[in-house]
Design a protein around this ligand. Sequence first.
Ligand SMILES: [Zn+2]
Ligand SMILES: [Zn+2]
Length: 343
Amino acid sequence: MNEYPMAFVTAPGRVEFKNRTLPPLKDDDVLIKVKASSICGGDIHLYKGKHPLASLPMAIGHEVSGEVIELGPAVSKIAVGDRVAVEPVIVCRRCYFCLRGEYHLCQNIGYQYSSGQGGFTPYFVVSEDWVHCLPDFISYEEGALLEPLAVAVHAVRKAQIEPGHYAAIFGAGGIGLFLLQAVKAAGSGEVFIVDLLEHRLKTATSLGARFTLNAAQEDPVERIFKETQGLGVDRSFEAVGLEKTLQQSAQSLKKGGICVLIGLFEDPLKVIFPVNLFVQREIQIRGSRGYCWDFQVALELVKNGQVKLKPLISHQLPLQDLSRAFEILLDPKSQANKVVIQL
Ligand SMILES: [Zn+2]
Ligand SMILES: [Zn+2]
């Protein structure tokens, strides 16, 4: 157990395992035997060598669940044998934002993977403060998806959805399908979800979306206005990271509406945006970054059945097939959604 493999992207399209030695546990650390680890959109940006905020080589994977097998001497809230999901942020707890409780905005924020601890590995060390216990009826594979669900929960809170609000979600990937469920849990009225891939829209239908729009076959903005008596939606979510979908997210808004941005743009300075919409329609655009006290909410939504995690898992593969998992994700023919690595 002293040496174990951990996955890195070392060059575009190249996953390599490097041996790592187990660090000594600090006072409040727990040692987790990783059981499931899923691939995030951010990992795909890294795999392509196009992550706008990180450069290669880089450890990958941060959507992690597992069983606690060892405790640091001062651990008090977690026990050996606990089934947990990891909240993979590293924050300073001392800066302006941390002291205000807004740790996702920490001036010194880091992530486990960018500090050398990826998620595609058999062991994970983290402070007990950053693990969340999973009830027995949530599998480890589902537990790994708590992280992207927390991203969606945070975005829905940023959107300040009110009961009856109409919403449009651009992108029916993992985040989009979590947004769909979280928006409905928040009491929205009709929800439109837009994508180019039919299998994702099918999953959206099975999760309760009434309006699934294939942007390859129709103009989503036109359709949204048609279905809303020419008003548009109260809230929209950009969960793709492309100029076109950003434009559509803003254009589909009702006057006074709010668009929340979650997608990461690979070419942020090349985006053309219809800026006059701000004044013409008094719209707002807000960013949503990560999560802050959102894992707790995510867990409640899963516990009470308002969010289903399992239908999002399209593939489960062993750790040695990690490279193949990325190939699957990048091949539209494989109809992949969330790909979970099992350990
Ligand atoms: Zn993620
Ligand atoms: Zn801080």
